[in-house]
Design a protein around this ligand. Structure first.
Ligand code: NAD
Ligand code: UGA
Length: 325
């Protein structure tokens, strides 16, 4: 097993913080890099690092990948798990596009330029189901048409093209994992489950974009992390893998599960379908199963229970801090 030093970008983020913990458990030395962008609360990102600080083998560097000296950061690293990005599908229109371009395209090009001179350094890259856009092929295989419906998806697809260009041109080894809507403890606060759970705990209304019939292949964070670890170890010929949770659930149904778990009745406010949202996602994970030995383990009810438990603890902690009742 490869247990050398690795770099994790986006280490203070939702998936990145879980991945760092898992890599330390596996015996890797981990350099976490994050710039604490203000897409959501930097304080919350710093809190994501709490479980990592002080752990043997973990080092954290606050740097922006758009400007960082990547050659220096990569010294001694056998591989890079590249998770840093400007995430969020619906916020990627209009004047807010610039950070998507910077973090999702330019930073990837800078990383590839740094890695190309370091033979043997592997990249595991967090790509996205959003590269497919609206597709009639369900479940969707990796070779399906890529027609993103959001500027975010376009930047994630551009990053995949850059990875492939540097593989062809310079022999860079990469694995791109197309994650499908990841959820679980520490989920980003802009995402649906987070919003619904927070609203449920606070007794506030929720907003559903469209009629709630949209479906997603929701993926539990530990399963996404497992796929990343397996992809890092993989020596076979494939470069791109779908990573999904193994089933497709309608948003309306998931709202029912969250309400039942919280013991609340949601006050649901309708809102127009969001621009950039696709109707359905469903990963064909047969390639990841065959090549990586990947199998998602956490079913949606269990995963939602875990996310709610985390939110309850987080809410209690915030109340304790502010002294509010
Ligand atoms: P996140 O926003 O919680 O984490 C991303 C982290 O990257 C943040 O902490 C941010 O501060 C950091 N970052 C952004 N730009 C940076 C830069 N230029 N330099 C240094 N750090 C920077 O998001 P997440 O949900 O954990 O997503 C992680 C990765 O997985 C992203 O690449 C995202 O596109 C991808 N992804 C996520 C999902 C999902 O459902 N959460 C699904 C598909 C793909
Ligand atoms: C998620 C992540 O946020 C992206 O970073 C990632 O790239 C993408 O998955 C992916 O699979 O690649 P999304 O599927 O939009 O994007 O996930 P959520 O934010 O959890 O939204 C799920 C659905 O709930 C969407 O249809 C959205 O419109 C809806 N929603 C969200 C609401 O109806 N109300 C809300 O308050 C929030």
């Amino acid at each position: 097993m490869r247990t050398e030093s690795v770099m994790v970008t986006g280490a203070a983020g939702f998936i990145g913080s879980h991945l760092c913990e898992r890599l330390l458990d596996e015996g890797h030395a981990v350099t976490g890099v994050d710039s604490f962008t203000d897409y959501y609360s930097p304080a919350r990102k710093r809190r994501n690092l709490d479980a990592l600080r002080g752990r043997a083998g973990f080092r954290f560097v606050e740097e922006d990948l758009v400007t960082a000296d990547l050659d220096r950061l990569l010294e001694g690293a056998g591989g890079v798990f590249h998770l840093a990005a400007q995430a969020g599908v619906r916020a990627s229109w209009g004047k807010d596009f610039k950070p998507y371009l910077d973090s999702n395209v330019f930073a990837v090009q800078r990383l590839l330029e740094a890695v190309k001179g370091r033979p043997g350094t592997r990249i595991v890259h967090a790509s996205s189901s959003s590269v497919y856009g609206e597709t009639a092929e369900l479940p969707t295989g990796e070779d399906a048409a890529k027609t993103p419906r959001s500027p975010y998806g376009a930047t994630k697809l551009a990053a995949e093209h850059l990875l492939e260009l540097y593989r062809l041109g310079f022999g860079v080894t990469y694995r791109a994992l197309r994650f499908f809507t990841v959820y679980g403890p520490r989920q980003r606060p802009d995402m649906a489950f987070s919003r619904f759970i927070e609203a449920g705990l606070a007794g506030e209304p929720i907003e559903v974009y469209g009629d709630g019939s949209q479906t997603r292949d929701f993926t539990y964070v530990a399963d996404a992390v497992e796929a990343a670890v397996l992809a890092y170890r993989y020596d076979g010929p494939e470069t791109v893998f779908n990573v999904g949770g193994g089933s497709r659930t309608a948003l309306g149904d998931v709202i029912g599960v969250i309400a039942a778990e919280l013991g609340v009745r949601f006050d649901v406010r309708g809102a127009p379908r969001a621009k950039g949202d696709v109707a359905d996602t469903f990963a064909d994970t047969s390639r990841a199963r065959r090549e990586l030995g990947f199998a998602p383990r956490v079913a949606i009810a269990e995963g939602i229970r875990n996310e709610i438990a985390w939110y309850r603890a987080y809410a209690a902690e915030r109340e304790g801090r502010t002294g509010s009742p």
